[in-house]
Design a protein around this ligand. Structure first.
Ligand SMILES: [Zn+2]
Length: 292
């Protein structure tokens, strides 16, 4: 995204380094992310948008897609593989080769709308994976869980009219991207949190609003938009979650998954910009998912 931009390559390095130094990596299967195919992307993005993004990729230097979102010569390939990772993880989990999966990918995806890049996001990775579970594997009920500090407006844009998808989310409000509180359908369980909310408010939102909706929907599979920018050390926003909150919510989602979805969860990285908090939070999240 450019020098000094918070959505940096060091984010993935920090996570991987902590997974290795804590020994967590030894307990995991590791897979290389394939590029998403045009058909896979086309389930959630318009043909014209897919073409425009390919054509926008510069041979050198950088192009700005919006004030926050840029592409360099490698961005398009990275975005294809970020989306492809979620597809591949979905195949592994639904094929029984993995109990669940975490995609350590960037660029993030949950702000990418059907026909628009924004907020550091090019393709909506979690949506591409969820659509693959629906269209390729024939699942009928998918839940998307989003605890990034920003509202997943792109995911909502893509699935708000799809009765097969329940989205539950928390996010700081009022805050970028200034969506998620109006005109919501009953399958978009968005819970705005005021600045400086911390663990107790977050857990109450999950307990009081997410869990009843998830219980009655009984998803066959869960996807998690795992952004860790609601951490109190993250300078991007003003929520005050800590590692224990990410541990707790991951356990809560695993309980839902075990009850309704045979434990099938695919989680994918969204935000998280303080490298230390990001790595520690992702490590707790994946340690819980892996039961290690
Ligand atoms: Zn975010």
């Amino acid at each position: 995204m450019g020098r000094g931009h918070p959505e940096s390559p060091e984010r993935l390095d920090a996570i991987e380094a902590l997974f290795i130094s804590t020994g967590l990596m030894q307990g995991l299967q590791v897979h290389e992310a394939p590029a998403a195919t045009r058909d896979q992307l086309g389930r959630v993005h318009g043909d014209d948008y897919i073409d425009a993004l390919a054509n926008a990729a510069p041979r050198q230097g950088r192009v700005q897609l919006d004030p926050d979102t840029a592409m360099n010569p490698h961005s398009h390939e990275a975005a294809l593989r970020a989306a492809g990772a979620v597809v591949h993880a979905t195949d592994l989990v639904l094929g029984g080769e993995a109990g669940n999966a975490f995609c350590n990918v960037r660029p993030p995806g949950h702000h990418a709308c059907r026909n628009r890049a924004m907020g550091f996001c090019l393709f909506n990775n979690v949506a591409v994976g969820a659509a693959h579970a629906l269209e390729h594997h024939g699942l009928e009920r998918i839940a998307i869980v989003d605890f990034d500090v920003h509202h997943g407006n792109g995911t909502e844009d893509i699935f708000s009219d799809d009765p097969r998808v329940l989205m539950v989310s928390t996010f700081q409000h009022p805050f970028y991207p200034h969506s998620g509180v109006e005109g919501r359908s009953e399958r978009m369980v968005n819970v705005p949190l005021a600045a400086y909310s911390s663990g107790p408010q977050f857990r109450k939102a999950v307990t009081d609003e997410w869990l009843p909706a998830l219980e009655s929907f009984a998803p066959e599979m869960l996807f998690i938009s795992a952004g860790f920018d609601a951490h109190r050390d993250d300078g991007m926003a003003m929520l005050e979650l800590v590692e224990a909150d990410y541990d707790w919510v991951t356990r809560a989602m695993m309980e839902v998954g075990n009850r309704h979805a045979r434990g099938r969860i695919v989680s994918t990285l969204e935000g998280g910009y303080d490298l230390g908090a990001l790595a520690r939070s992702a490590e707790r999240h994946v340690r819980v998912l892996a039961s290690l």
